[in-house]
Design a binder for this molecule. Structure first.
Ligand code: F6R
Length: 243
């Protein structure tokens, strides 16, 4: 695992956007796994700037979703499909035909999860997977004590994660769904390159457990230690509890 400490979030965004640009120059139809939440926004902004300046051509790239709320209509503004369309696909000029995601409204959620794992494999696997990290060490929505071998499946959000995400729902925790579909940790580990960005003091404990703690289900992100090509990029605040 490579750990890179940057002065602030924007520098991390730029570094990761450049890694994505280099991948796309090598492999124009790369499958990019993307995350939602606040952390990756500087990455998407930096990548959009590169695309608009002509520094990289993203017209053949494909985008894969990491997780999705269960039960929110796909066109709900806070469904992750809507969020990704707004924050990633539209700014980058990528159409929904190049987008892969699980169906959070399916009647048979288990079948939808299995179908998504199959779709990722049939697409050739994720080339570069962006990850954020929860204050409790979750990646995707694999909350603490998720199996490190887990596949895409339905998970119940912890109270803490629903509190953390209430800011996207007018601060009202009652509006935050209880369930999500998330790529499993085993699924995530199949991506060829994992890139985790963590910024802010609130992530410092989770980052320390991820990088310096034992590989343990109690900190799902510690599974990155098992991956042959994992990069963890942290700002100084998120790095503050590293030894
Ligand atoms: C979202 C996701 C989550 C977030 C994590 C951090 O797709 O997979 O694991 O990355 O909850 O969220 P932020 O970046 O908002 O602190």
């Amino acid at each position: 695992m490579e750990v890179v400490i940057v002065p602030q979030a924007a520098a991390g965004g730029e570094l990761i956007a450049e890694a994505m640009a280099q991948l796309l120059r090598r492999k124009p139809d790369a499958l990019l796994g993307v995350a939602t939440g606040s952390t990756p926004l500087p990455i998407y902004q930096a990548l959009t700037a590169k695309v608009r300046s002509g520094a990289v051509d993203i017209s053949e790239a494909r985008i894969a979703q990491l997780d999705e709320y269960v039960g929110l209509p796909a066109d709900h503004p806070e469904s992750y499909r809507s969020v990704l369309r707004r924050e990633v696909l539209e700014p980058l000029g990528i159409g929904m035909d190049a987008f892969l995601g699980p169906d959070g409204t399916a009647e048979d959620i288990q079948a939808a999860c299995e179908a998504y794992d199959r779709a990722l494999a049939e697409a050739g696997g994720v080339d570069l997977q962006l990850l954020g990290i929860g204050t409790d060490g979750h990646i995707g929505f694999n909350e603490p004590c998720s199996s490190l071998a887990s596949r895409t499946r339905i998970k119940t959000l912890t109270e803490q994660t629903r509190i953390d995400n209430a800011r996207f729902f007018d601060g009202d925790i009652e509006q935050v769904p209880h369930h999500v579909i998330t790529q499993g940790i085993g699924t995530i580990l199949e991506a060829r390159h994992l890139v985790l960005l963590a910024t802010g003091e609130g992530k410092a404990d989770a980052v320390a457990a991820t990088v310096e703690g034992p590989v343990a289900a109690v900190c799902p992100a510690s599974a990155l230690q098992l991956h042959p090509h994992a990069t963890v990029i942290v700002d100084e605040a998120a790095a503050s509890k590293l030894k």
